[in-house]
Design a binder for this molecule. Structure first.
Ligand SMILES: [Zn+2]
Length: 224
């Protein structure tokens, strides 16, 4: 049985998390959002979890070798014997190299880096349409999930506002940072021949279908 060892890449608003969860269900692969597995290691007080906690409590970034260690612990588990989905790591080429080294040490390799591509305008449309209520943070979307009365929360009747994070300028700035960081990573995986691009502007079901089809092809190629 061929393994599916996957890295998911995509800008904020690309639906990466949704697709990761679908893949997890469809291919029965564990989905490792790095923030979540770090928090789990801290909660379970593993040796690496205790190390990570020191950095997190100080408000520092957890160093790459600690994150790689936490990922390696998971990847070696029974649950990941057929593969895994990694989301949120690597973010830099240095991290990608460290991950490759660790995978090699484990006698495995990445099968594909899946890049969900969405234009800046579409990201602004998706994230910029969010309206949040000032009282309890109930979230609506002007286009996809509009409130019954404009500017008023359906749940608690409070005023709806655009959070600072959801303002177009802020979104565009985050996107710039994302592209700056991610482009070298995209080239890295492209050079290794494992980058797979998926059109993330389709509706979520269609995006899911594309990813499933491409993974099925990869599995077939491995078996030949
Ligand atoms: Zn509300």
């Amino acid at each position: 049985m061929s393994e599916l060892n996957l890295v998911l890449l995509g800008p904020p608003g690309s639906g990466k998390g949704t697709q990761g969860e679908r893949l997890q269900a469809d291919f029965r692969l564990p989905y490792y959002a790095t923030g979540d597995i770090l928090r789990a290691a801290v909660r379970d007080e593993t040796e690496l979890g205790r190390k990570a906690k020191e950095f997190m409590e100080r408000g520092d970034l957890v160093p790459d070798d600690v994150i790689i260690g936490v990922i390696a612990e998971r990847v070696q588990g029974e649950e990941a014997s057929d593969g895994f989905i990694l989301d949120g790591f690597p973010r830099t080429t240095a991290q990608a190299e460290a991950l490759d080294d660790e995978m090699e040490r484990l006698g495995r390799e990445l099968t594909a880096a899946i890049l969900i591509e969405v234009s800046g305008d579409e990201v602004v449309r998706r994230l910029g349409g969010r309206r949040t209520c000032v009282n309890e943070g109930h979230i609506f979307h002007v286009e996809f999930d509009p409130p019954k009365n404009e500017g008023v929360c359906d749940v608690c009747g409070s005023r709806l506002v655009v959070r600072d994070d959801d303002k177009p300028d802020v979104i565009r700035h985050r996107l710039e940072q994302y592209h700056e960081k991610t482009e070298p990573l995209v080239s890295y995986y492209e050079e290794r021949g494992i980058l797979r691009r998926v059109d993330g502007e389709l509706d979520p079901d269609a995006v899911g279908d594309r990813i499933r089809a491409l993974l099925a092809t990869l599995q077939m190629e491995e078996r030949i």
